[in-house]
Design a protein around this ligand. Sequence first.
Ligand SMILES: C[S@@+](CC[C@H](N)C(=O)[O-])C[C@H]1O[C@@H](n2cnc3c(N)ncnc32)[C@H](O)[C@@H]1O
Length: 257
Amino acid sequence: MREFIKKIINYAASINNRQTSLLKEIVLNNLNNNSIKHDSDIDNEKLFDLLIDLKGTSLVEGINIVNSLVEVLNLDGDVCEFGVAQGKTSKLIAYLIKNTEKKFFLFDSFRGLPKPSKEDELKDDIFNLKNIENYEGKMSHEENKVLRELKIINFKSEKLILNKGFFNDKNIPNFTIPSKVSFAYLDFDFYQPTFDALNMLEKIIVNNGIIIVDDYDFFSTGVKKAVDYWINKNKEIFKIREIKTCLSNFVIIHKVK
Ligand SMILES: C[S@@+](CC[C@H](N)C(=O)[O-])C[C@H]1O[C@@H](n2cnc3c(N)ncnc32)[C@H](O)[C@@H]1O
């Protein structure tokens, strides 16, 4: 009987290993990171682990974050993440820029989501809270969690600028803002901070720079409204591509002029 159970456990483990190998093969084949210098210590095995460790960011979106960052590594300009939560995506981004000159600017209230605006209507009730007002204060994480994640990949503290507080156009003077940005991951979930961050980025993103906005047409209607309104007044300068999967919905915005 014991031998039989052992065989079943070994069989289950072998299936699991095979599935992980297949997944790794798919992920690594979709990374366009051949241009990363061989002497940098960016390692595909580690990248795979960081991608698998993401929370709330799908694998497809993670792969697109990696590929977009690789695309801008040779451009001038720092990197930002707006809406950090526990810092799992921050760790992935930080890993790719840790051996570059780029600084990493993080923005989060560390008190969760703000009050939704009238532009935010509940589209997908992700936490089953019944109405959008009940989401105020949700997704709150301590900043120490983020610092711990960045420590795991030995990200130098002098390259990190952590902006704590609610982001909106009136608060911008209280934050440390980069003078040039080559990549930004915008994940604030609601209309007002998304719109205010896009308006700020418009002035500092370099040519060929990339902005990825998460939760476009997902959870609250606000992000799509903010992006659509903003892109409409900037369509000569920015090009947008929407990516929709069963686990995520996001847009990749390129500055083309
Ligand atoms: C969806 S989570 C971010 C997830 C994170 N980017 C990741 O990939 O793991 C949204 C975050 O945005 C923050 N947030 C939302 N609106 C904000 C605002 N106006 N100012 C500062 N932080 C805000 C919340 O505190 C929360 O941590």
